[in-house]
Design a protein around this ligand. Structure first.
Ligand SMILES: NC(=O)c1ccc[n+]([C@@H]2O[C@H](COP(=O)([O-])OP(=O)(O)OC[C@H]3O[C@@H](n4cnc5c(N)ncnc54)[C@H](OP(=O)(O)O)[C@@H]3O)[C@@H](O)[C@H]2O)c1
Length: 361
C-alpha cells in the first residue's frame, strides 16, 4: 500500500462555483440520497463512482470502477477534477474479510492518493460506522471514542472501517481537508438491508421474536439526515472559514434518540401494520442465539471454503448485547446538524414505502 504525501502548498480556493462532486457508492442506499440532495443545487456537478452504477438520474455522470483500482480511479479524477469527494462505498457488513480490506482500506487509500494529487480536490468526507467504534451505554463524545483498530479485533467490517477513518483523518492537511461521519443503523425509504429484513420478519411471522433481554440502548439515523450531515460536512470543508473545527474531525450522527433495539423494530412493525403487543413477545436467550450464529458461521466457512458468510454472524448477535449511545452535540455545534424532528413520522414514511416495496405473498 503506497503512503500518502500531501503537497504542502495551500491550493484551496476561497469560493467554488458549480462544485464538482464524486460520490463513491452513489447508487447505494445512502449515496443515492446524498446525490438527490446535492442535485437540489442546480449548479452542482455530480459524478457517481461504483462498480455497477445504476443510471437513474439526469444531470449525473456515471463511472463504473472499483475504488481499489488505482488506474481506474486516477483516470476518473483526471477527467472530472472533483472539488469534493464523498466516499460512501463499502461492502456490506457481512461480506468477506478480503472484500473489506480491498475496498475499505485499499480503496480508501487509492481515493485519498487520487484526491491528494488532484489540485482541484480540496474536500473529502468519509462514511464510517458504529461498527468501527467500541460500544458505550452513556452518551459517548468523539474525544472519548475508541476505535476497533486492535490487531486482534476479528470483525473485518468494523476493523477496516476504523482503519479507513485513520487514513482519511491522517490525510487532512493544507491541500486536502477531510472529515469522517460516523453512522449507526440507517433506515428510510430505499433501504436495502435493515428495513427489508424487518419486512421479511413480518412475512415469516418472526417479528414477535426477541433475542436477548432488550435492555441495551441503540442509535438509529434516518437516511435523509445522514445524507444531510455528509453535505454539511462537505460544504464546511469547501469553505475555508467554516472548515475550522470540521477539518480533520470525526462526527457522531444519529436521530439523537437512543432506545432498545427491539423497541425501535416494534415501532417499525407497528407502522407497517403488524404491531406486537408486550404479551406476544417470545424471547430467545442471547446465549442460544449466539450458539446458533456460531454454528451457522462455521457451516458456511466449511461449505463455501470461507468464500461466503451467513447473513447473521456471531458478531451481529453479540452486538445486541453491546449497543450504542452517542452524543451528537459536536455535529450540532460544528456542522449545524439537526436530527430528524419527528422520528415516528420518519418511521411511518419508511414503512409506508416498505409495505409497497415488499408486499409479501
Ligand atoms: N446501512 C447502514 O445501516 C449503515 C450503518 C452505518 C454505516 N454505514 C455506511 O454507510 C455507507 C453506505 O451504506 P449503504 O447502506 O448505503 O450501502 P449500499 O447500499 O450497499 O451502498 C454501498 C455502495 O458501495 C458500492 N461499492 C461497494 N464496493 C465497492 C468498490 N470496491 N468499488 C466501488 N464501489 C463499491 C456498491 O455499489 P456497486 O455494487 O455498484 O459497486 C454499493 O452500492 C457505507 O460506507 C456503510 O459502511 C451504513
Amino acid at each position: 500500500m503506497a503512503t500518502l504525501n500531501a503537497p504542502s502548498m495551500e491550493r484551496r480556493p476561497s469560493t467554488i462555483a458549480a462544485t464538482r462532486y464524486i460520490i463513491t457508492g452513489g447508487s447505494g442506499f445512502l449515496g443515492n440520497k446524498i446525490v438527490e440532495k446535492l442535485l437540489i443545487d442546480p449548479s452542482a456537478n455530480v459524478t457517481i463512482l461504483s462498480r455497477n452504477p445504476k443510471q437513474t438520474r439526469d444531470r449525473v455522470s456515471y463511472f463504473a470502477a472499483d475504488i481499489s483500482s488505482d488506474a481506474e480511479v486516477r483516470s476518473i479524477f483526471n477527467e472530472i477534477k472533483p472539488h469534493a469527494v464523498i466516499h460512501t462505498a463499502s461492502p456490506l457488513h457481512n461480506d468477506t474479510a478480503d472484500a473489506h480490506y480491498q475496498t475499505n482500506v485499499e480503496g480508501t487509500n487509492v481515493l485519498l492518493k487520487a484526491a491528494l494529487s488532484t489540485p482541484e480536490t480540496v474536500a473529502f468526507v468519509y462514511t464510517s460506522s458504529e461498527s468501527a467504534v467500541k460500544p458505550s451505554q452513556e452518551p459517548l463524545t468523539e474525544d472519548k471514542a475508541e476505535l476497533y483498530v486492535d490487531a486482534d479485533w476479528h470483525h473485518p467490517y468494523g476493523k477496516t472501517k476504523a482503519m479507513a477513518e485513520g487514513l482519511v483523518l491522517k490525510a487532512n492537511g493544507d491541500h486536502l481537508k477531510t472529515a469522517v461521519i460516523r453512522l449507526p443503523g440507517l433506515y428510510g425509504e430505499g433501504d436495502t438491508v435493515f428495513v427489508p429484513h424487518l419486512m421479511e420478519s413480518i412475512h415469516k411471522n418472526e417479528h414477535k421474536t426477541q433475542v436477548g433481554n432488550n435492555t441495551k440502548m441503540f442509535e438509529f439515523v434516518y437516511v435523509d439526515k445522514a445524507a444531510e450531515a455528509h453535505i454539511l460536512a462537505t460544504q464546511a470543508l469547501l469553505d475555508p472559514v467554516r472548515g475550522e473545527g470540521v477539518a480533520g474531525e470525526a462526527f457522531f450522527i444519529s436521530d439523537g434518540k437512543p432506545q432498545p433495539f427491539f423497541d425501535f423494530a416494534r415501532k417499525c412493525y407497528a407502522a407497517a401494520g403488524s404491531p406486537v403487543e408486550a404479551d406476544e413477545v417470545s424471547v430467545v436467550p442471547l446465549v442460544v442465539a449466539q450458539a446458533m450464529a456460531s454454528t451457522g458461521e462455521w457451516a458456511y466457512k466449511v461449505l463455501t471454503f470461507g468464500s461466503r458468510t451467513p447473513h447473521t454472524r456471531r458478531d451481529d448477535v453479540d452486538h445486541l448485547d453491546q449497543g450504542t449511545c452517542w452524543s451528537i452535540e459536536k455535529a450540532k455545534q460544528r456542522l449545524g446538524y439537526e436530527p430528524v424532528a419527528d422520528q415516528d413520522e420518519a418511521i411511518r414514511k419508511t414503512m409506508e414505502w416498505a409495505k409497497i416495496k415488499f408486499p409479501g405473498n
